[in-house]
Design a binder for this molecule. Structure first.
Ligand code: TRP
Length: 450
């Protein structure tokens, strides 16, 4: 065994605030700024937001507490965590689906979109506004993704930056980067909001975003909201479980979870506030799906005074958000390789990085038409399977495990051996035992379609 990593004392976060920044950095990502607003646009505006908030409070947050508790108790990444808790080996399944889906599949498409953000920061400075002003932002995007080599180039670049941070380890790499990037992200977001809501005609966007029309709800809305909540909170793949394994024993898990989930939700809500008023003020439609950030927004910025600056800031924001999340995804794969194959961090990082880059290539090229899986582009198919199938299953299993098979130990872990008062303990128990499993199972059954 190469003992230097595996026998050494497990690394821990440097401080409480550093840990919360890292967890929020993982949670706050493309999911909040790119995906949440386009789902709001597609699924009927404010009604979706309401469903999303309820699901996050009663399902997402309790599952996050559960993941942190398992991770801290086990002191291991997901695959070995359940073994180290000494429970039925069946539960290791959570670790395997999490690591395979999380570390590998999710990151493979995440990188591709992460790469787009770099491309768009550069493009913003080099003529994107003129193109968009001439009404060509859609063909610009189509042309970009149609040329696979460029998409692959940016995807690899994005992954290399991620690797460059993760090599520094948990507290010196990930935590340090997040402590700088997260506050910066927040400031950029505020600038964009002020610009957006002060545009003439912004009210229509505010109304769409803040006035719910519940007649627009469908089964799909619920599944989208559920998948989005897990995706946005980084749940279901053992990411928070892994991050939990680096938390000190004296830390207050429920309060850290509330901070993480709260910041994540705040940023998603603010992203909508930055985007919808501007979209409506400039006379565009919000329902353009995944193209909202990359097609509609450049056109919106192009019509604003000093649009270059706002466009550049927006894509920089998206890049910061994406990179702190991709670090967390890569960390799970790396922690897995270190623990399972006893590799050094460096070796684990290089081998996992290469595998993930290779997996991302079909995702990148599928935007140009090939490969497809049962009629969906490879990237869309992977995204669908991850978000709407694997994340709910992973979260379901976590909730059932903690609620029905490990509850006394979980309570001990959450209350730090009884030293800590957790006011909502009974509500939490109720959520992991009943609300989360039943709701996930039902929504899953009702909303799933290819
Ligand atoms: N939460 C991130 C986002 O909103 C993405 C992400 C990072 C993620 N780690 C994850 C999603 C783990 C699911 C599971 O963009």
């Amino acid at each position: 065994m190469n003992g230097s990593e595996s026998l050494a004392k497990r690394e821990q976060w440097g401080s409480r605030i550093g840990f919360i920044m890292a967890a929020a950095g993982s949670a706050i990502g493309l999911g909040n700024i790119w995906r949440f607003p386009y789902l709001v646009g597609k699924d009927g505006g404010a009604a979706f937001v309401v469903v999303y908030l309820i699901i996050t409070l009663f399902i997402g947050l309790p599952v996050m507490i559960a993941e942190f508790a398992i991770g801290r108790a086990a002191q291991k990444a997901p695959v070995l965590a359940f073994k180290s808790l000494g429970v039925n080996p069946f539960w290791s399944l959570i670790g395997w689906t999490g690591t395979i889906a999380g570390g590998f599949l999710t990151l493979s498409f995440y990188n591709v979109v992460g790469g787009w953000t770099i491309k768009y920061v550069i493009a913003s400075l080099t003529g994107l506004m003129d193109v968009a002003n001439a009404g060509n932002s859609e063909s610009f995007f189509g042309h970009f993704v149609g040329q696979s080599y460029e998409v692959v180039f940016y995807q690899v670049l994005f992954m290399l930056v991620t690797m460059g941070v993760v090599i520094g380890g948990v507290s010196k790499g990930i935590e340090r980067a997040c402590k700088v990037l997260m506050p910066t992200l927040f400031v950029i977001m505020l600038i964009l909001i002020v610009r957006s809501v002060t545009l003439p005609g912004a009210e229509a966007g505010l109304k769409f975003y803040l006035h719910p029309d519940f007649s627009k709800l469908t089964g799909e809305t619920f599944l989208d909201a559920l998948g989005q909540s897990f995706f946005s909170l980084s749940l279901g793949l053992g990411i928070m479980l892994t991050y939990g394994s680096y938390i000190g024993k004296e830390e207050n898990l429920p309060s850290s979870s509330a901070w993480t989930a709260g910041l994540d939700t705040l940023i998603a809500l603010l992203a909508g506030l930055a985007i919808f008023p501007a979209v409506f003020a400039m006379g565009f439609e919000p329902g353009s799906g995944a193209g909202l950030s990359f097609i509609t927004l450049p056109a919106v910025f192009a019509k604003m005074p000093a649009g270059v600056i706002f466009s550049c800031l927006f894509f920089l924001l998206l890049f910061f958000a994406a990179i702190t999340s991709s670090m967390s995804l890569l960390e799970v794969a790396v922690a897995f390789a270190i623990e399972k194959f006893h590799m050094t961090r460096k070796k684990a990082l290089y081998s996992m990085g290469i595998i993930i880059i290779l997996l991302g290539v079909p995702a990148a090229t599928s935007l140009a038409g090939y490969p497809t899986i049962y009629g969906k582009a490879f990237m869309d198919a992977v995204e669908y399977v991850c978000n709407n199938v694997l994340l709910p299953i992973g979260s379901f299993l976590c909730a059932v495990f903690v609620g029905w098979f490990w509850l006394p130990q979980a309570i001990k872990e959450i209350t730090n051996d009884g030293k800590l008062q957790f006011r909502w303990l009974n509500t939490w128990i109720w959520c992991v035992r009943f609300v989360a499993p039943i709701a996930i199972a039902y929504i899953f059954y009702a909303g799933l379609k290819w």
